[in-house]
Design a protein around this ligand. Structure first.
Ligand SMILES: Cc1cc2nc3c(=O)[nH]c(=O)nc-3n(C[C@H](O)[C@H](O)[C@H](O)COP(=O)(O)O)c2cc1C
Length: 194
């Protein structure tokens, strides 16, 4: 297929859009991040790239802790606001009346309204240019009860998560179009989700 070419750019799409909480001196802040990724399974590690001018950068760098809150469509306005206003100017948690669940392994609360929270401990900070990459271990995961079935399986499909693509927020489709490994299963229809 014919293609139009562009110079190199941060165009990996779609990406997660999450709310990241941090806490310092009893102040809890939250900001939106999209430059976020899973980078290792064992130990479970993530990366978050943060510009040094963010309040969250200062807070996370000094405490070495943060929590990633996965966000549902219901919270998309909060998600956007927390990405365009700094905690230096507004208490974003108070503005939206968000509830906070105490941290378990880190001294950072998670957002009660978010379906999933990943508590993270920073291992390394790598300056890259506009952003510094925080590499962190996920030390605890909290999932809303209704998303976990009696076998302990997490049903992310019921979480109503959003992603971010080229400046816009999108809801994830509720049903999958395939599942891990289905393409090589003996019966080609096995694992295909209708
Ligand atoms: C969709 C979206 C994604 C963003 N992703 C990032 C990111 O990955 N890293 C970053 O440093 N800032 C990111 N920002 C900008 C920060 O969220 C924004 O500057 C925020 O106001 C910082 O808040 P703070 O000063 O309270 O930490 C993003 C903003 C939006 C709207």
């Amino acid at each position: 297929m014919p293609k139009v070419t562009f110079k190199g750019g941060a165009l990996l799409n779609p990406v997660p859009a999450v709310l990241i909480t941090s806490k310092k001196d009893d102040f809890v802040n939250v900001f939106t991040a999209a430059w976020v990724g899973t980078i290792c399974t064992k130990p479970p590690m993530v990366s978050v790239s943060i510009r040094p001018e963010r309040l969250s950068y200062e807070m996370i760098k000094s405490t070495g802790q943060f929590t990633i809150n996965l966000t549902s469509s219901k919270l998309v306005r909060v998600l956007d606001f927390c990405g365009v206003r700094s905690g230096r100017d507004v208490d974003k948690i108070k503005k939206f009346g968000l509830s906070l669940d105490e941290g378990i392994e880190v001294d950072v609360p998670s957002i009660g309204e978010c379906p999933v929270a990943l508590e993270c401990r920073v291992k390394e900070i790598i300056p890259l240019g506009s952003h510094d990459m925080f590499i962190a271990e996920v030390v605890q995961v909290k999932v809303e009860e209704r998303l976990v079935d009696s076998n302990g399986k997490i049903h992310f499909d019921k979480a109503g998560l959003v992603c971010y693509s080229h400046g816009e927020y999108f809801p994830l489709a509720e049903s999958a179009i395939g599942k891990f490994g289905y393409s090589v299963q003996k019966n080609k229809n096995k694992g295909r989700i209708k």
